[in-house]
Ligand binder design. Structure first.
Ligand SMILES: Cc1cc2nc3c(=O)[nH]c(=O)nc-3n(C[C@H](O)[C@H](O)[C@H](O)COP(=O)(O)OP(=O)(O)OC[C@H]3O[C@@H](n4cnc5c(N)ncnc54)[C@H](O)[C@@H]3O)c2cc1C
Length: 433
């Protein structure tokens, strides 16, 4: 490693939503304290058009090869909106016209979308203008990268190739460049090189399902509603888009997914219409299908000496609750809050005590979320016993209880659990002071 390698306070590896958000929050938060923090972001996809997010997992399937690739979108919670505002990324994201969704409708195939046991939540009943926004992955990543760039985040457009601990710093190599950092944050996704190089390890459990993503036109209006149907062989979600179309995420058992991916567009939409119970009327495929094999991942450790993991590098959850990005942004906000507090106390941002506090805080929150998502999948999708029946009936019970409805809405807004200050929003959150 060269002796003239520059030394940064923090090196963030990976410029997806979690990494780009952390970098932006750190430089903005430090500026609000009247300090400057040297932050470098390593992202091979920067400036290269489409973001690299999850690209290794996606496959375009022959069934729809003449159609354009689907737009990848994410549902952002209110907590995420608050974090994006604090990171300075919200104005640019708003320019991309994310779709505010006002309602959520969840039902099991044993009843109808409008049946007595269907769950329906309206933002208005919680005094909220909406439950969140559907944004494109590309707009989200671009807004966050730009928010960091204007506040001085240094970018290296290369992938990390080596990592080595040294006296008081970590030495990194990327694209022929060398640099040192007092803290390295792995935000490099589910196949994290940082996690592997640091030997943090991970438990990996395939769900035996594949998520099929596509853009569709629907006969009836989506009514600014996120629709989700639970079936014996998977879950099907329709996320509303601003141009009146919908983005579907069909998490199907692997065998069914293989069958669906081999169909032509007409055959596929017929199967889709059957699976949706025609909740939005007949559909028409507007994009190719993209497929993502689903697996749960839990890093054994989130931190070690001068090193921390955020986002999918630390944990991957089932997409049925649309929480992956939301968890990653909350990781970023939590770590930023703790690091900026350490900087304010003139402590070393790479000190293990600070990192352990982050690990304790986030690991328990993520475990809770991950377990409840998996329980939903097991009981409502795949369950057949008395407990599963009870779970289905409980949807009706929840729907009829004011108290439980409020809890569910708060959960959808991402405003439950132990949150960093930026996620709660309001005065004082911006700048992470
Ligand atoms: C079908 C599907 C639907 C989903 N829907 C939702 C949803 O509605 N809402 C939601 O919140 N979440 C959703 N998710 C989850 C969400 O997409 C992920 O949780 C999220 O993208 C993770 O963000 P991240 O920044 O941690 O990682 P990533 O988005 O994977 O970004 C990692 C970045 O690291 C870079 N990188 C990789 N290796 C290196 C290296 N060696 N050096 C430097 N950089 C590197 C990559 O180029 C990439 O830009 C969905 C997931 C799937 C599969």
């Amino acid at each position: 490693m060269s002796e003239v390698a520059p030394t940064f306070d923090v090196a963030v590896v990976g410029g997806g939503p979690a990494g780009a958000c952390l970098a932006a929050l750190l430089v903005r938060g430090a500026a609000a304290q009247g300090r400057s923090l040297g932050v470098v972001l390593l992202e091979p996809g920067v400036g290269g058009g489409a973001p690299a997010t999850e690209a290794p997992q996606s496959r375009e399937m022959p069934a729809s090869r003449d159609l354009p690739a689907p737009q990848r979108v994410v549902a952002l919670s209110r907590a995420s909106e608050n974090i994006l505002r604090a990171a300075g990324a919200w104005p640019a994201l708003e320019q991309s016209r994310p779709m505010p969704y006002e309602r959520m409708r969840v039902w099991h195939e044993s009843g109808g979308a409008h049946g007595a046991d269907a769950l329906a939540f309206d933002a208005a009943e919680a005094g909220q203008p909406n439950l969140g926004y559907i944004a494109t992955n590309a707009a989200l990543q671009e807004a966050l990268l730009e928010a960091g760039r204007v506040r001085g985040v240094v970018r290296v457009s290369a992938a990390l190739t080596a990592l080595q601990a040294a006296e008081g710093v970590v030495c990194l190599s990327a694209g022929g460049e060398s640099l040192n950092a007092r803290l390295v944050v792995g935000a490099d996704g589910a196949r994290s090189a940082v996690r592997e190089m640091a030997g943090l390890g991970a438990r990996l459990a395939p769900y035996g399902q594949t998520a099929i993503v596509a853009t569709v036109a629907t006969q009836r209006s989506h009514e600014a509603t996120a629709w989700q149907r639970f079936m014996a062989d998977g879950t099907l979600a329709f996320l509303p888009l601003v141009d009146g179309t919908s983005s579907i995420v069909w998490s199907a058992d692997d065998e069914l997914a293989r069958e669906l991916l081999a169909l032509d567009p007409q055959q596929f939409t017929r199967r889709l219409d059957r699976a949706s119970g025609l909740a939005l009327g007949e559909t028409r495929l507007l994009s190719a299908l993209a497929a993502f094999p689903l697996r749960r991942l839990d890093a054994r450790r989130y931190v070690s000496a001068r090193l921390a993991l955020v986002g999918d590098a630390a944990h991957v959850v089932h997409p049925l609750a649309g929480q992956g990005v939301n968890l990653g942004l909350t990781d970023a906000a939590t770590l930023a809050e703790l690091l900026l507090a350490a900087v304010r106390r003139r402590e070393d941002p790479g000190a293990l005590g600070v990192l352990r506090a982050y690990e304790r805080w986030r690991r328990s929150e993520v475990a809770l979320m991950s377990a409840s998502i998996d329980a939903f999948d097991r009981l409502l999708s795949h369950g057949t016993g008395p407990l599963a029946l009870l779970a289905r009936r409980s949807m009706g019970v929840v729907g009829r209880s004011q108290e439980l409805r409020r809890l569910f809405i708060e959960r959808a807004l991402g405003l439950t659990g132990e949150l960093p200050r930026t996620a709660r929003g309001g005065a004082g959150a911006v700048g992470v002071s």
